[in-house]
Design a protein around this ligand. Structure first.
Ligand code: S6P
Ligand code: ZN
Length: 184
């Protein structure tokens, strides 16, 4: 017998709003990102990003999905970004669909290889298992994308909090600049 009933939710493509909402939005402030940016929060209560979930059981027979909305802004020399994570079950993969705004997806392996990919309206990023991923808003508007991933993937934030990513992205002379992370 099937475990779940079908459901449909309307996703407003530009803003990322879900109607009806299906779970409690997860809100991340500058304070929540302490230790992920290179410098301490400048405006601790300010919202950096929100994740709007559509929860299903966290099992590998299911597909989790959510919408992420990253505000425009910076802390120190870095654009607003997500914490970033490996999947707790390392080989679990994920797909991002860009909806609006302008962003970058930083991906990195545990042995230090990295890639920087674009996120904007219409991009589909494939995040293979074993690649940590962090999204960065490099534009002046909110960055909105939809994510779908294997249900039991889980998120390992501790490794990123300890090691960071090989590169950082912040404003440069000719737009977004990718710099080596001195503390990686
Ligand atoms: C989950 C997926 C996204 C992120 C979201 C926030 O596997 O990659 O839904 O959870 O973009 O990023 P983070 O790093 O705070 O989970
Ligand atoms: Zn993920």
């Amino acid at each position: 017998q099937p475990k779940l009933d079908p459901f449909t939710t309307l996703l407003e493509l530009k803003s990322g709003a879900l109607d009806p909402e299906r779970g409690t939005p997860q809100v991340r402030t500058q304070e929540d990102l302490r230790g992920f940016f290179q410098v301490a929060p400048e405006d601790p209560d300010r919202v950096v990003y929100q994740v709007l979930p559509m929860p299903v059981p966290k099992e590998n027979s299911e597909i989790q999905c959510s919408t992420t909305i990253i505000e425009p802004g910076t802390v120190g020399d870095e654009y607003y970004m997500t914490k970033g994570h490996f999947h707790a079950v390392r080989d679990r993969s994920e797909i991002y669909l860009g909806l609006s705004g302008e962003g970058r997806l930083i991906l990195a392996t545990e042995d230090g290889r990295y890639r920087v990919e674009p996120i904007r309206e219409g991009t589909i990023n494939y995040v293979p298992g074993g690649w940590a991923h962090r999204s960065v808003n490099v534009g002046d508007d909110p960055l909105v994308f939809f994510a779908a991933y294997v249900g039991d993937a889980g998120q390992d934030y501790a490794t990123i909090e300890r090691d960071g990513f090989p590169v950082l992205i912040g404003p440069g002379d000719d737009g977004p600049a990718v710099r080596e992370n001195p503390t990686y």
